[in-house]
Ligand binder design. Structure first.
Ligand SMILES: NC(=O)c1ccc[n+]([C@@H]2O[C@H](COP(=O)([O-])OP(=O)(O)OC[C@H]3O[C@@H](n4cnc5c(N)ncnc54)[C@H](OP(=O)(O)O)[C@@H]3O)[C@@H](O)[C@H]2O)c1
Length: 249
């Protein structure tokens, strides 16, 4: 009876607090665009928590801070199919527990219709919408081998149609599209233990967010990692902010 009770308590704890079901030291996180901004901060904080980190950069030679952090650094341009295929080959057979599709691009010129530039629009979609899908497609086999089977894609509150206040045709549309892709993936992999979740990091002080932004990268990523470590399969297909609050589509 006592044994059954202990077993029930352990089982309940693991279900209620999934973060305790895993030891971070035998888990690998892969972060795209990890050479600066939020991606670099993710790398540092996951390393500090004992995870193995693979950080990708378009130009590893100049990713000085990422290399200094202790992360394994691999080359990746999320718009370049050869680069994605090379990453897949380099990681053949290795388990990845958490993939963070972080690489992103925001050109702020298209505030009004006359400022929409279609080449810039296509580039934004290529990086922000197709990039995460390309990387997820290439690494799905590695994620299948992982314990957590978690794919986090960095969306934005600007991708919410319900909350849209206009401006920035390309960036907003790219993140709305990313949200839809995330939902489709969560549906396709529903019965296989995967978690596909889109998150909004808040307005963050990076090259993209600018110095007037609300959060430092440290604050934003602290919140995001807490959210990520607490995710269960029930959170697959959802859209959360850095405090774990749902954002309307
Ligand atoms: N900062 C914010 O306030 C905010 C708010 C909402 C959402 N987000 C999202 O959070 C993510 C990170 O943003 P951030 O503020 O850290 O941006 P950031 O400072 O501008 O950094 C962007 C990162 O993405 C990489 N990148 C750009 N194009 C790439 C490509 N084609 N292939 C691979 N990597 C590429 C950059 O690499 P290079 O150094 O080589 O250019 C850089 O590492 C983005 O997805 C962004 O949309 C940010």
């Amino acid at each position: 009876m006592k044994n059954y009770l202990s077993f029930a308590i352990v089982l309940f704890s693991l279900l209620a607090f999934p973060q305790f079901a895993y030891s971070s030291s035998d888990q690998t996180v892969l972060i795209t665009g990890a050479n600066r901004g939020i991606g670099l901060e993710y790398a540092k904080q996951f390393l500090a928590k004992g995870y193995k980190v693979i950080g990708t950069a378009r130009k590893p030679a100049t990713a000085t801070e990422l290399k200094k952090s202790g992360a394994e650094v691999l080359q990746l341009d999320v718009t370049d199919e050869k680069s994605v295929a090379d990453l897949k080959a380099a990681l053949k057979g290795r388990a990845i527990d958490i993939l963070i599709n972080n690489a992103g691009y925001f050109d702020r010129q298209d505030v009004t219709l006359d400022k929409v530039d279609f080449n810039t629009f296509a580039r934004t979609l290529d990086i922000n919408t197709l990039g995460p899908l390309r990387v997820t497609q290439a690494l799905i086999g590695n994620l299948e081998k992982g314990q957590r089977k978690t794919v986090i894609s960095m969306s934005s509150g600007l991708g919410s149609i319900e909350k849209s206040t206009g401006r920035w045709y390309a960036y907003r549309t790219s993140k709305t599209g990313l949200n839809q892709i995330n939902k489709i993936l969560s549906t396709e992999y529903k019965d296989q233990g995967f978690i596909f979740t889109v998150v909004h990091p808040g307005w963050v002080q990076t090259d993209m967010g600018g110095s007037n932004a609300t959060y430092t990268p440290t604050q934003s990523v602290q919140g995001l990692i807490k959210v990520i470590e607490g995710l269960t399969t029930k959170d697959s297909g959802q859209f959360y902010d850095l405090n774990g609050k749902s954002i309307p589509w």
